[in-house]
Design a binder for this molecule. Sequence first.
Ligand SMILES: Cc1cc2nc3c(=O)[nH]c(=O)nc-3n(C[C@H](O)[C@H](O)[C@H](O)COP(=O)(O)OP(=O)(O)OC[C@H]3O[C@@H](n4cnc5c(N)ncnc54)[C@H](O)[C@@H]3O)c2cc1C
Length: 411
Amino acid sequence: MHLIIVGGGIGGLTMALAAHHYGITCDVYESVPEIKPVGVGINILPHASRFLCETLGLEEKLSKLAVLTKEAIFFNRFGQKIYAEPSGRFAGYDWPQFSIHRGDLQMTLLASFLEKIGAEHLHLGLECTRVDEVTGKAFFKKAKSTDVTEIEVQGDAVIACDGVHSVIRKQLHPTEGKPLYSGVNMWRGVTRGKPFLSEGSMVRAGWLTQGKMVIYPIRNNIDSEGNQLINWVAELETPNHLERDWNKQGRVEDFIGAFEDWRFDWLDVPAMIRAADSILEFPMIDQDPLPFWTRGRVTLLGDAAHPMYPRGSNGAGQSILDAQSLAKFLSSESDIEKALQLYEDVRLEATGNVVKMNRTNPPDAILREVWERTNDQPFKNIEDVISHEELEAITQRYKNVAGYDKKTVAA
Ligand SMILES: Cc1cc2nc3c(=O)[nH]c(=O)nc-3n(C[C@H](O)[C@H](O)[C@H](O)COP(=O)(O)OP(=O)(O)OC[C@H]3O[C@@H](n4cnc5c(N)ncnc54)[C@H](O)[C@@H]3O)c2cc1C
């Protein structure tokens, strides 16, 4: 069996390594001419890190590059602590939670691909234009070129890992409506700074109307002073937004106003924002879950299948779980079309639930509850606002839906 994998991002490279693990060969076709460590931070929760560590053998490498997330901690915009719970191994999972630079994760997957599968199976600078669902052929042209000569490749199946602008999704669903803007814009950046709180804390603070921040370190000891690379995302309700472009530069003056008085004893937030290496702007956009992903010998995976709001650290994780699931079905079912369908049967509904949960009740619903109940005022005692059990139930509900409650991960 030979797979054509379109897209060499997190999902595509994981798919290639997962296939290789089960003895399935593949070629990866990627539109960029060179894979560079782009992006900012992402989190890999234990459900996805288990596959990377246990099956793909990447734990040692990832642990050296990433920060092991110790806790998820929530504050209001006045810096008052609402809730904290341990994460990954610190919460008793058998697998870590990684806070990692997307580029570090992608380059680790790439290095493993080159070592195990070989550079001759990676084809850069080729942009997929269409696929043939019946034969399992994919068609490419030279990326960013006026030369439209088609290059045709034949596999037993085509796996579309071509991200949020997937051309293969558009081919399978030509009448799908426009992506849906949440009303929230995001500005992302990384800043070099001193470790704060537990040195592995994932902070969520404030609320979207007045401004919310997600802040966590993604690299340790980046210099002789023991500084960390700190990833942050500012989220703010904003009527206007731009198209989704992962490389779009953002402007500090467009959002810093919301965070000017966020000077806490553990972190000076406006100083951190101003000291950023660079700032990227990205709208919080998703798409409704699709009725199907698979047609004949073609299926969708990762963001191409289920773009979601990045509110629960599940974008990369769900693409890793897709790859794990698809490779398993392909290895155990000789009828390829049936294997693709079995994968869809399991993963479409599961990821659709995460898409919907990210709209309504991701972990930061904790912040919304407190914001509403306090009328955006400081509180005297958090227990008077919301009980510990209720806060715990919010994160537990999300874990159950996203599939990283302890029982599911252990199984
Ligand atoms: C440049 C970039 C920066 C990102 N930065 C962040 C970030 O900072 N934080 C975050 O949470 N998420 C980021 N993401 C998204 C994140 O990687 C995904 O949400 C998640 O990991 C799921 O992975 P994926 O493989 O489905 O999509 P992606 O990782 O987006 O990979 C899709 C790949 O397909 C390639 N591709 C697209 N169209 C074609 C085509 N027609 N033919 C061939 N190849 C094609 C793209 O170049 C890309 O390499 C970024 C994605 C990209 C592409």
